[in-house]
Design a protein around this ligand. Structure first.
Ligand SMILES: [Fe+2]
Ligand SMILES: [Fe+2]
Length: 173
């Protein structure tokens, strides 16, 4: 495997684990606002991010490369305080990840790494879904405004999100 490919994949493992870290940090903030359902949604998202990281790990291992596990930095929650701001910071992060996945696709093509080109397509599709999911919650939060009982119902809905294994290998299983 070419070094440019290896390096960008190691970097993406770090980015996906950072995503895990960010979502559990957002879950912690929601827990303390007593929005347990929204916190559950974030916890489920975090588990999916862990799967995404391990998907890149598996791809490297399967190609006889040893993944390099880079340091994960402290999550940057910025000034996100309300539930709307908290979900907006998740969406902003997903847009950042989408750009990185696109870059990996470009590198795969430039380096003529056809296995990577095929593998990364799962992530391209997944990012469409991740941005759509976060946007859907944000739209509901906007509709709710200051209606406490509507927020209570949304929190219950978010609490119903269940973890299903994610990542390119889970999808094939
Ligand atoms: Fe991810
Ligand atoms: Fe994500």
């Amino acid at each position: 495997m070419k070094d440019t490919v290896k390096n960008i994949l190691n970097k993406q493992i770090q980015e996906e684990f950072y995503s895990f870290y960010l979502y559990i940090a957002l879950a912690a903030r929601l827990e303390n606002m007593n929005l347990k359902g929204a916190a559950n949604w974030m916890q489920v998202q975090a588990k999916e991010e862990n799967d995404h990281a391990l998907g890149f790990f598996r791809f490297l291992v399967d190609r006889n490369e040893e993944p390099k596990l880079l340091a994960i930095s402290e999550p940057d929650l910025g000034s996100a305080k309300t539930i709307g701001e908290i979900f907006a910071s998740g969406l902003a992060h997903e847009k950042h990840i989408t750009a990185l996945i696109g870059k990996i696709y470009e590198v795969a093509r430039e380096e003529k790494d056809y296995a990577l080109e095929s593998f990364i397509k799962w992530y391209i599709d997944e990012q469409v879904e991740e941005e759509a999911n976060a946007t859907a919650v944000i739209e509901k939060i906007k509709l709710i405004g200051n209606d406490g009982s509507a927020l209570y119902i949304l929190d219950q809905e978010l609490g119903a999100r269940a973890y299903v294994p994610s990542g390119p290998y889970a999808a094939k299983a």
